[in-house]
Design a protein around this ligand. Sequence first.
Ligand SMILES: Cc1ncc(COP(=O)(O)O)c(C=O)c1O
Length: 412
Amino acid sequence: MADDLSSKWRGDFPALSTTMHGKPLIFLDSAASAQKPQCVIDAMNKVLESGYSNIHRGLYEISQNLTRDFEAVRYKVAKFIGAPSEKNIVFTRNATEGINLVAQSWGRANLKQNDEIIITEMEHHANIVPWQIVAEQTGAIIRVVPITSDGTLDLEAFAKLLSDRTKLVAFTQISNAIGTINPVSDIVKMIRKYNSDIKILIDGSQGAVHQKVDVSDIDADFYVFTGHKLYAPTGIGVLYGKYELLEAMPPYQGGGDMIERVSFKTGTIYREAPYKFEAGTPAIIEVIGLGAAVDYLVDKSMYNIAAHEARLLEYATNKISNIKGLTLHGTKDLSQKAGILSFTMDNAHPSDIGMVLDQCGIAVRTGHHCAMPLMEAMNIGATARASLAIYSDKSDIDALINGLHKVNDLFG
Ligand SMILES: Cc1ncc(COP(=O)(O)O)c(C=O)c1O
């Protein structure tokens, strides 16, 4: 049993051999941002040390080589998420920018007064605020799917919200705050059955990290994720879009690299998708890092990673449930839950929990997790959240449990 719960990939992550407050670092905040494997660090350093230049425009060898490596990542990412072609892959700064791109490009071109956008109560603010902004700009209205008392989506209420005014539905694959895995394919089928013209965006920021994703199988119109949670660097994200939609959408930002020709006399002609959405010098080093992270995950297999995290979630759930005065939020059905444990304690505020754990060398996240409407729906101000990753281990959970006993000793 113990062997099943240790990560054979832990040694690939140099940051996990460091300390915090003089104690070995126990990193349980991967849902916020994950540590990076050595191969990602090496791939980025290699470009910086030899072969760095701008891409797409240089006629010289190192620019051409780096352009080839950069574009190869687009292909790798397409394969990783089951997209039909690299032309479906737009590089963005992060998931937030991907959602803003769809809201401002597709949304402003297609939404009008009283059209409806459906989102859910469990969204990260990144999948709420861009829709609020475009709703204000266009007169569209936002409808919100409620959650049930166990932190899953109320699918009956979801179905009832669909109407002939619904133009777009945007929802998360996995809740970052409480770990609920939504039945994405079933929801997409339900929407398509109601009206196949409704556009669907999936926020895969947590989904792409914890599950094998196949966007062709899911059949959503748009799928976004963010590199830094997927063991890649910050500053790089991905928007997948069905090509005919990307082709019809106007550019999000203008500038260099996204144009075919610029003329004061005849006007500007944009490049084809996805390039027309990538204005300015892209995040070259970060894209190379993302490519290395994707190679790493493909090598380890998302199925193996998901199985490891599921075993650890079960162990952690059993252990943490025995802590006096602790309430675990979210579904009890672990087959519908990713490795995210969100909890409160009777005698200690989440920020007190976070501070005691910090002194023990344990990093967890505390607060509203950028999901204030979800906290409101659950009638709690904040939680402490321990989140698991490829490198998480039984020893991390045991350290967390010891830390939580300390919290009880101090505040209980
Ligand atoms: C579900 C979900 N969506 C969106 C985001 C936003 O990611 P980013 O800040 O990298 O754009 C996050 C980050 O926590 C998330 O967990």
